[in-house]
Design a protein around this ligand. Structure first.
Ligand SMILES: [Zn+2]
Length: 199
């Protein structure tokens, strides 16, 4: 679960129309990422290999408190199905200035301000693709997003292509084989996205 202290609209200052792109034009595929390739949602997620490595393996996440951060990258419309989106996660950063609450981590206004500064400083046109946070897995119910998570996504990440990534920190599988899922908005729900790794 994760909460925002208040709703912030998170969107790029300038938003050029997303270009049409085929999936194959996004580049060669990298290593498979078992457990995350699901179909059906309105957004297909592609992650650079270093992003896969950070979220899935190399970053050390707390086993006591939830952590989170933000995703940056490219937005394309699927040339083969223009109502669908293809997003490429090229960078992930851990949030600063989060606050610990009894049941969840809280993004503070400073967390969002620092994310915006990061996006503006890059000046490479990267969009704020969404956010991630960890769940400390103690049972199957922890492997999905909570109602609070959904409310935060709907109030804060309003673009149809913005995604929420969930990193399951399961002591039995962490860090090798850490499960990471991505979700995008479809109507009133957040549905799983298909995920592929780009080399
Ligand atoms: Zn959560």
């Amino acid at each position: 679960m994760m909460r925002a202290k208040k709703a912030f609209g998170v969107s790029p200052i300038e938003e050029p129309p997303a270009p049409l792109r085929t999936k194959s034009a996004l580049g060669p595929r990298g290593r498979a990422w078992p457990g995350v390739a699901r179909e059906g949602g309105p957004v297909d997620v592609f992650v650079r290999d270093h992003v896969r490595d950070s979220l899935g393996v190399s970053w050390g996440f707390s086993r006591e408190v939830e952590e989170g951060g933000f995703l940056f990258g490219e937005v394309h419309r699927d040339a083969d199905a223009p109502s669908r989106w293809l997003v490429v996660v090229t960078e992930v950063i851990r949030a600063e200035h989060t606050e610990e609450a009894p049941d969840a981590l809280v993004f503070s206004p400073e967390s969002f301000a620092s994310m915006r500064r990061h996006a503006e400083a890059k000046r490479d046109g990267a969009s704020i693709l969404g956010w991630f946070h960890t769940h400390l897995v103690a049972g199957p119910e922890d492997r999905g997003l909570s109602v609070v998570d959904r409310d935060l996504h709907f109030s804060t990440f309003r673009r149809p292509w913005q995604v929420a990534a969930l990193v399951c920190v399961d002591p039995a599988r962490d860090p090798e084989g850490r499960e990471v899922s991505f979700f995008a908005r479809q109507g009133d729900f957040l549905v799983p996205c298909a995920v592929e790794v780009l080399a």
